[in-house]
Design a protein around this ligand. Structure first.
Ligand code: ZN
Length: 454
């Protein structure tokens, strides 16, 4: 099928502007904007100022570097916000990315300098080259491609603390609501399905943590004198934890929901390699791997307080404690899911042991409506840019700021788009972006903004 003339025109303009996109990306990668507080935060400030300058050069005149109060009593990392109103009646679109990065990690694991962008085999290597400085330059590139033809209002929001969990994000939204309010939000910080096949991330699991303590005696007692009729708290905690999964390894907690299975599945060998699973270890659960990773609940024990082996004596432990991390199916309220897990633990107290549950953090997941007008426009734009339709994917982890965005702008349509591909190694050594894919990302976003204007 012949390409429609508008796509051809924007494709040519994207190709013409791409050398600049790449130059901007390289300059950003050279700024080591690690938001982890044990690194020099002056670089995060420098990168915010640099992004502000790029936004001004892109023709956005209302550009601010702002921060908001953080929960620790200080100020959050600097974010950059730029706004340009659209024609009367046109929708307003918020373009999101983040300018902070993960620490580089062990230099010895990198083949090239982490903060010196280096091209190899069509990929640009460097910390942040994909996550998420590629997102920043994709937004800038799309705006440049459309230029004066941009038919929507836009706000660009580039935050500076995503990699530490966006602690001041909610406060920032509350303080600068009028700058950020939008009908459609494009979050360019996710992963495409593979090189050559785009994806829309349409679901994220939520999360909820709790601590469970099992107590059996008032104090420690001799294991020789009392062992037998009195089971120790470590054994009882192990028995309690073992009730969380059935023999197949599926979660066996009543009241935890599942979302429908995804349309794509992942290769088992690939997953085993990515997760570094030891040879001979069987994977847990039934059904498609993507369902187990994205659309069903998961429970992990992320910490245990028990007697240390070095300090062990012939004693029956009176109490033991574990921290559980529950991943919640997209669409289920995490507070409701956490309550279901609490009920299960209380009802399965082994041998009548005293079980005490303390609820901890919870965060909402995300389940995008699959047929909203913005989603439709994005599907068309992605299909036109790549020449192949996007697949709907999920993420097993949560993105904390998405929950905050949903909370602040419940009517907005959120599109989570990819700049990475499965080989990007975000957060790892040798992070990279595929330059050919990045060019398609820029074109897709220009086509999307063009469609949203109609
Ligand atoms: Zn990111």
């Amino acid at each position: 099928m012949a390409e429609d003339p508008r796509t051809t025109e924007l494709r040519a303009r994207t190709a013409a502007t791409f050398p600049l996109v790449r130059e901007q990306l390289e300059a950003l990668v050279r700024i080591p904007s690690v938001s982890n507080p044990s690194f020099d935060q002056a670089h995060v400030r420098t990168s915010a100022e640099h992004v502000a300058q790029l936004l001004r050069e892109a023709g956005l005149d209302e550009v601010h570097v702002l921060d908001a109060p953080a929960p620790d009593g200080g100020r959050g990392a600097p974010a950059v916000v730029a706004r340009r109103p659209g024609p009367a009646g046109a929708p307003h679109v918020l373009l999101y990315a983040h300018h902070d990065v993960q620490p580089p990690g062990d230099r010895g694991e990198w083949d090239t300098e982490p903060f010196e962008p280096t091209e190899r085999d069509g990929r640009l290597y460097g910390r942040g080259a994909a996550d998420d400085k590629a997102g920043i330059v994709a937004h800038l590139g799309a705006l440049r491609v459309l230029g004066a033809e941009l038919g929507v209002g836009v706000s660009v929001f580039v935050e500076g603390e995503e990699e530490i969990g966006s602690p001041s994000f909610a406060a920032f939204l509350a303080e600068h609501r009028e700058l950020l309010a939008a009908d459609v939000i494009v979050v360019a910080d996710s992963v495409n399905w593979k090189v050559g096949v785009p994806a829309l991330t349409t679901s994220l699991r939520g999360m909820a943590d709790l601590e469970v303590e099992v107590a059996v005696t008032e104090h420690a007692i001799h294991s020789g004198m009392f062992g037998g009729p009195v089971l120790d708290a470590n054994v009882l905690l192990a028995r309690l934890v073992s009730t969380l999964h059935d023999d197949d390894g599926d979660v066996a907690v009543e009241g935890l929901e599942r979302a429908p299975d995804p349309e794509v599945d992942q290769d088992e060998a690939e997953l085993r390699a990515e997760a570094a699973v030891l040879a001979g270890v069987r994977l847990a659960g039934t059904g498609p791997l993507t369902a187990r990773l994205w659309s069903r609940p998961a429970i992990s024990v992320i910490g245990i307080d028990a007697t240390r082996v070095d300090e062990a004596s012939n004693t029956i432990a009176p109490r033991a404690r574990a921290k559980l991390s529950l991943r919640v199916a997209p669409g289920q309220d995490p507070l409701e899911a956490r309550a279901a897990l609490r009920r299960h633990l209380e009802q399965h107290a082994p041998f009548g042991a005293r079980v005490t549950v303390t609820e901890r953090d919870a965060g909402k997941g995300f389940a995008a409506p699959l047929d909203s007008p913005a989603m439709q426009a994005a599907r068309e734009a992605f299909a036109a840019s790549w020449g192949t339709a996007p697949v709907d994917t999920g993420l097993g982890g949560s993105i904390p700021f998405i929950a905050d965005l949903l909370e602040s702008f419940p009517a907005a349509q959120i599109l989570v788009t990819g700049v990475e591909d499965p080989d990007s190694r975000a957060h790892g050594a040798n992070e990279s972006v595929h330059l050919g894919e990045l060019e398609k990302v820029v074109l897709a976003e220009a086509l999307l903004l063009d469609r949203l204007a109609r």
